[in-house]
Ligand binder design. Sequence first.
Ligand SMILES: [Ca+2]
Length: 245
Amino acid sequence: MNTRIITNPRLIGLLTILIATSPTPLFAAEPQDKSVPASKAESPLFMVKRGALIAEDDFSGPAFTDKWKEFIKTWTLVDGMMKGETEVGKHHSTLAPKKDFDVDRAIIQFDFKLDGAKSIGVLFNHETGYREHVAAISFSPTEAKLKRSSGMGKTTKSQELDRKTVKLDDGNWHTATIEIYDAEMLVSLDGKSILYGVGVDPAEHTKQGPRFIVQDPVAYLDNVRIWSAQPDPGWQDRKANITSK
Ligand SMILES: [Ca+2]
């Protein structure tokens, strides 16, 4: 390797002045361009602490990766992002891990962009003889919702646990983070806590997933990561603030 070390004291002095007086810091983080998926920064957490990374996909693979399966074949890889598409008015499309993860104590972070879609969301199922939904999070252009669910397909029922007004049809990428610890679920959007609820206790039904769904017609997904979650001793103190409406 051809390495040159600057030894001239006058040159070092000049460089020092240049760095010190430069109007923009030379090594500053680049401002986030919201027209592209967010960086791989780890979102702040509110309820739990981050454990080991269990799985991740930035969709940079050359083809539809072998990590995922589609239940309705409307997902395509486009420029390193996953594009989900449905016909307007038809059943949502679903993208699921080849084998669902146990996520009763987990953190799921992903970037998404609504591109005309009525909603993008995440479903969690449980397995008791046959699969049923157990929880759902959805993002529409104007609302984020957290629901406790049961049933499947035509028998799906849900009970709303929390909702917040949001603004998501802005053509920008957003980052969602779902923290799950037993029955408690907390959802943050772009680093702010927005939804909290107590759903089904794992002693009754476990949560498995995540399964991404898109409805009417197009949304994009990128940078999916799943970590195990560990208890945060500070949560009980923060809880009243975060969960108060
Ligand atoms: Ca990507």
